[in-house]
Design a binder for this molecule. Structure first.
Ligand SMILES: [Zn+2]
Length: 191
């Protein structure tokens, strides 16, 4: 019998020692063959999973980032509202907006919304839900997360001068000097 050339036994992609298959010019294991097939034929699945599990854009080109930035919340979204009662027996409504089954925004409301003595508590609450919503949009819609955006959400949560979000905004904007800003030209000077 003629000598056969030694067969390659390691997957070219993951290096596993397994039975190999030909796929798009690679000699790969069956798991990697499935990956190649999906990247080639179903990039939308890969993109979806990548945004979910990797904290970075799948393609780091600027054009892609702009595209992702352009994806905004539609005017009408589905939502679910949950009624809960906290440890002090206050009734709460927690609302979750959904796009394709993923949470992209949260709101919390409660009866003490109308209590004027609790303005600062409400602004803290707004800060929490606005920042959670920003993170959710980053995770599920691929919206880029920047200091500028965090600052904007914190600033909008403030209800009166020197409440917690206002103070946080003042301190954190000092770190935003080098970022080109669109709306807010400069950190607020000391008063
Ligand atoms: Zn492999």
């Amino acid at each position: 019998m003629p000598d056969m050339p030694p067969e390659k036994t390691r997957c070219e992609l993951c290096n596993a020692e397994k039975k190999l298959h030909h796929a798009s010019g690679y000699q790969v294991c069956s798991a990697c063959r499935v990956i190649i097939g999906n990247v080639k034929n179903h990039p939308e699945i890969i993109r979806k999973l990548w945004l979910r599990f990797q904290d970075e854009p799948i393609l780091p080109e600027p054009c892609r980032v702009e595209q992702m930035e352009a994806r905004e919340l539609p005017d009408v979204v589905n939502g679910k509202r949950y009624r809960t009662i906290d440890r002090d027996q206050n009734k709460w409504y927690l609302s979750i907006s959904e796009i394709e089954g993923s949470p992209v925004e949260v709101f919390a409301s409660t009866a003490f919304d109308r209590n004027h003595e609790l303005q600062s508590r409400i602004s803290d609450l707004t800060t929490i839900t606005r920042l959670i919503s920003l993170i959710l949009r980053h995770i599920f819609l691929g919206e880029p997360l920047t200091l500028d955006k965090c600052l904007k959400q914190i600033q909008r949560s403030s209800r009166q001068r020197n409440d917690l979000p206002d103070m946080l905004y003042g301190v954190l904007s000092r770190y935003n000097d080098n970022t080109p800003q669109h709306d807010d030209p400069a950190p607020r000077p000391d008063a």
